[in-house]
Design a protein around this ligand. Structure first.
Ligand code: NAD
Length: 359
């Protein structure tokens, strides 16, 4: 992999390789853009098939965090950490403490927390070595699991999508397909069932499927053909790139709105969704609930304020959907334009020297 070329292409500032021979920690931290402030982004643990795959994931995800923070109106940049390892077998206190020490060396340029394959509890160890963590369990002074507010944000996006597409935002009788039944997906299922939707679910982990189908009485789907199921809303809540050249013509949903990061294999998928009259709620707006929660933590956590901000995803997306129609521009492209505008606005304001050393 040509690393500098990959960084240039996406506009990255920094890529940091962290290795600890005692614990075997192999962690990569990507800092994409700190125009708006310190980079914020989770730490993923995954048994990547190669180092290139891990680097690529860190680069892609950290870029997404810049957009997510900017679109959410936060004064934070984008970053992401990935630990190469199996979350089921490789987690140790020492590994996470080593990660914490490396994080501390960045002196607040990057603040991290849970992501796929990690949980707040894992960072309790890391927290003993660094100040720069958010999303810790409440008992340790954090705001707790971000899955709940992320799921709320997904529901707001689903409702905004229904309103835009069908004129009313009720889930009653609507058919919702949820892919991925982890921290976010299972809560989306709970909320959608509670709101009267017909919910169909899929996960590659049979245990997750068993638990959710038993608890909510929902129907399981084959995880490998889930995207072809006819439905009102397809909610991808697992891995990225679920909308790709192989399946974009086969999708049979009216709306795509879910928590997964990087849902589009590339931006042209958004154009194709628009041409096929499938409404796409851009992932980095739909799944901003967790980010809004942990960013609020950095201001002194107020659950009411965080929830209020997440509820705002509904109005934000409704405006975006209308503007997208008015301008004949795919929702993902319009969302990126808004991000660019925010970065420019911030830079233009910050030309003014305040005399303070902090900015
Ligand atoms: P999680 O690790 O708790 O759950 C992910 C689930 O997806 C697991 O049950 C896994 O078995 C399943 N899965 C993996 N590949 C699959 C496939 N091909 N088909 C079906 N299921 C599959 O993760 P999570 O916290 O629920 O996050 C889900 C997605 O949302 C991720 O992309 C994550 O980056 C994103 N996200 C999460 C948060 C958060 O607050 N947790 C915030 C923003 C974005």
């Amino acid at each position: 992999m040509d690393i500098f070329e990959a960084m240039r292409r996406r506009g990255h500032e920094q890529l940091i390789f962290n290795f600890d021979k005692a614990t075997g920690l192999r962690a990569i931290i990507a800092i994409h853009d700190t125009t708006l402030g310190p980079a914020l982004g989770g730490c993923r643990m995954w048994p990547y098939s190669s180092e290139d795959a891990a680097i690529e994931d860190a680069l892609r995800l950290s870029e997404g965090m810049t957009y997510k923070s900017a679109a959410a109106g936060l004064d934070h940049g984008g970053g992401k950490a990935v630990i190469i390892g199996n979350p089921a077998t490789d987690k140790t206190e020492a590994l996470f403490r080593a990660f914490g020490r490396f994080l501390e060396t960045l002196n607040g340029r990057f603040v991290s927390g849970e992501d796929m394959g990690t949980q707040g509890e894992d960072f309790v160890h890391a927290h003993r070595e660094t100040h720069y963590l958010v999303g810790l369990p409440e008992a340790y002074g954090g705001s707790g699991d971000t899955g709940e507010l992320t799921a709320l944000g997904v529901m707001q996006a689903i409702r905004a999508g229904l309103r835009h597409k069908f004129g009313q935002d009720s889930l009653e009788g609507r058919r919702i397909v949820v892919q991925g039944l982890g921290k976010v997906g299972r809560r989306v299922v709970a909320r959608a069932v509670g709101a009267g939707a017909e919910v169909l679910v899929a996960d590659i982990d049979p245990q997750a499927v068993g638990t959710v189908t038993a608890e909510f009485g929902v129907e399981p789907l084959d995880p490998w053909s889930v995207d072809e199921t006819a439905c009102d809303v397809f909610a991808p809540c697992a891995l990225g790139q679920v909308i790709n050249p192989e399946n974009v013509e086969r999708l049979r949903c009216a709306i795509v709105a879910g928590s997964a990061n990087n849902q589009l294999a590339d931006e042209s998928m958004g154009d194709r969704l628009r041409e096929r009259q499938i409404l796409y709620a851009p992932d980095f707006i739909t799944n901003a609930g967790g980010l809004l929660q942990v960013a609020d933590e950095l201001e002194g956590f107020s659950p009411d304020r965080a929830r209020h901000r997440v509820e705002g995803i509904y109005d934000f997306l409704l405006t975006l959907f209308r503007e997208s129609d008015a301008r004949g521009l795919a929702t993902n492209r319009l969302a990126l334009t808004l991000v660019e505008e925010r970065l420019e606005l911030y830079q233009s304001i910050h030309r003014i020297y305040t005399g303070s050393s902090s900015r």
